[in-house]
Design a protein around this ligand. Structure first.
Ligand SMILES: *Cc1c(COP(=O)(O)O)cnc(C)c1O
Length: 403
C-alpha cells in the first residue's frame, strides 16, 4: 500500500482478503493425511488414546513437569483446575484477560475478585493483590500470563504463600516461554495452556493442565474423564474434558514444527519493530519478564493525544484495509455479564484496566502473514498517522450516518 490511499479514504484495501490476528498453524497436507490415516487404521478416536499419551509425555518432557493433562480446551481446563484445587468463595484475578479466565471461576461456583494490573506490564499488580489478599473469603490467586510474557510470579508466589492460598496460572498466551531459565508450565500449583487454533501451539481446539502435584493430577484425571483414566480418587464432581486423538495429532505436528513457528514469529515481530519504531504515540509491547517469549501477539498501545487517532479509529482504518486487528480485551471482563451487574463499582476500582481496554490493539502475526505483509501493515499504520485529520473527519461523518 506504500504510495496508495488508505481504503477508508477511498483507496483500494491493502489486502484483498481478510488477514486474521491468530497464529493459525496448519500442518503440511501429506503430514495431516498421514496422521488422520493412523487414527483410521487404529479405529480409535478418543479416551486417552496413543496420540494423547504421546502428546502428554512430550509436553511433560519439554516443560519439565511431572504431569501434563491434556484437555478439550483451556476453558474446561481452568474450570477443572478450580474444582481440583477445592476452591471456595473468591479468587483474586485480573479483569484484563479473555473472559474465559473469570468464567471458569463462575462455572466452578466461585466469584472473581478483580485486581487491577500494572500499566506497563499489563499483568496483575502485586501491590493490589497484597491488598486484596486481606479480604475475607479469598481461596486462591488466578494470575494470567499475557502476551508471551509472565506476571510477577515471584512476588505473587510470596504473597499467596504468606496467606496460605494456592497460586495458579492461566498461561494461554505463554506456551513456549521461559522465565528465569525455567519453562512456563511448572510454576505455582498448576498452569493451564490453550491449544486453540489462534494460539502458538495448536490442537485446533485443546489445552492442557500442568502440575508437579501428584494428588492434584490424579484429581484432574478423574474429573476429566468421569473417573475413566488413572487411579480413582475422590472428586467433588466430574466432567468431560477429554482431548480427542485428532486434536492430539494436530498438536503433535504443531509441536514438531514449533522451533520454526517460533523462528517465523520472531522474524515477523522484528519486522513490526522496524516498521513501527518511528511512530509516535504507539507503544509496541516487548515481553520483558521472560528470558524467552513465543511472540504470540503483537500488542500495541495507542496514546490518542500523541498518535493523532484513538485506538478505535486506528482499528477502523485497519479493518477497511482487511487487516482484522483485534481489540483484546475490549470490553474488559468486569464490563461483561454477569460481572457488570455483580460488581457495578469495578470500573472505578480498576482504573488501569479501564485505560488499557481503551488503548490496546493487536496486529496480525503467525501463519497468515509474512514479512512483506507486515511491511504493508506497518505502512498502513504510518499512513493512518500521517492522514489522521482526514481519517477523523471521515469517521465522524460515518458516525453521523449511522447515528
Ligand atoms: C484463549 C484463551 C483462553 C481460553 O482458551 P480455550 O482453549 O479457547 O478455551 C483462556 N484465557 C486466555 C487468556 C486466552 O487467551
Amino acid at each position: 500500500m506504500s504510495e496508495g490511499t488508505l481504503a477508508l479514504l477511498g483507496g483500494a484495501p491493502a489486502f484483498e482478503s481478510a488477514v486474521p490476528v491468530g497464529q493459525l498453524y496448519f500442518p503440511d497436507w501429506p503430514d495431516y493425511v498421514e496422521a488422520m490415516r493412523g487414527i483410521f487404521v487404529r479405529q480409535y478416536y478418543t479416551n486417552q488414546g496413543p496420540l494423547v499419551r504421546e502428546l502428554e509425555s512430550a509436553l511433560q518432557e519439554r516443560l519439565g513437569v511431572r504431569h501434563a493433562i491434556c484437555v478439550a480446551n483451556a476453558t474446561i481446563g481452568l474450570m477443572m483446575a478450580a474444582d481440583a484445587l477445592g476452591l471456595r468463595g473468591r479468587v483474586i484475578t485480573s479483569a484484563f484477560s479473555f473472559i474465559a479466565t473469570s468464567q471458569s471461576l463462575t462455572w466452578a461456583g466461585l466469584d472473581p475478585l478483580f485486581c487491577d494490573v500494572d500499566a506497563s506490564s499489563h499483568h496483575l499488580d502485586p501491590d493490589r493483590v497484597e491488598h486484596a489478599l486481606r479480604q475475607e473469603d479469598v481461596s486462591a490467586v488466578l494470575a494470567v500470563n499475557l502476551w508471551g510474557d509472565v506476571c510477577d510470579h515471584e512476588a505473587l508466589s510470596r504473597l499467596a504463600a504468606r496467606r496460605g492460598v494456592p497460586l495458579y496460572f492461566d498461561s494461554a498466551h505463554a506456551f513456549g516461554c521461559e522465565a528465569g531459565a525455567r519453562a512456563v508450565g511448572g510454576f505455582g500449583a498448576l498452569e493451564v495452556f490453550s491449544f486453540h487454533a489462534t494460539k502458538v501451539l495448536s490442537a485446533a481446539e485443546g489445552g492442557c493442565v500442568c502440575t508437579n502435584d501428584d494428588m492434584l493430577a490424579a484429581r484432574l484425571r478423574n474429573i476429566r474423564s468421569s473417573y475413566g483414566a488413572g487411579a480413582p480418587v475422590h472428586v467433588r464432581r466430574t466432567a468431560n474434558g477429554r482431548m480427542s486423538e485428532a486434536q492430539a495429532a494436530i498438536a503433535l505436528m504443531s509441536l514438531k514444527g514449533f522451533p520454526s513457528i517460533l523462528e517465523r514469529n520472531r522474524a515477523l515481530f522484528a519486522a513490526y519493530e522496524a516498521g513501527l519504531q518511528s511512530v509516535q504515540g504507539l507503544r509496541l509491547l516487548r515481553p520483558a519478564a521472560v528470558n524467552r517469549t513465543n511472540y504470540q501477539y503483537v500488542v500495541c498501545e495507542i496514546d490518542a493525544g500523541v498518535f493523532g487517532l484513538d485506538r478505535d479509529q486506528l482499528h477502523a482504518v485497519l479493518r477497511a484495509e482487511n487487516i482484522l486487528a483485534r481489540r483484546y480485551f475490549y470490553p474488559g471482563i468486569h464490563r461483561c455479564m454477569p460481572y457488570r451487574e455483580q460488581f457495578p463499582s469495578a470500573p472505578a476500582d480498576l482504573p488501569v484496566t479501564e485505560v488499557l481496554c481503551s488503548r490496546v490493539l493487536q496486529l496480525p502475526i503467525g501463519q497468515a502473514v509474512d514479512e512483506a505483509a507486515v511491511a504493508r501493515i506497518t505502512a498502513v499504520v504510518r499512513a493512518a498517522q500521517t492522514n489522521a485529520q482526514l481519517v477523523r473527519a471521515v469517521l465522524a461523518g460515518q458516525g453521523e450516518v449511522h447515528a
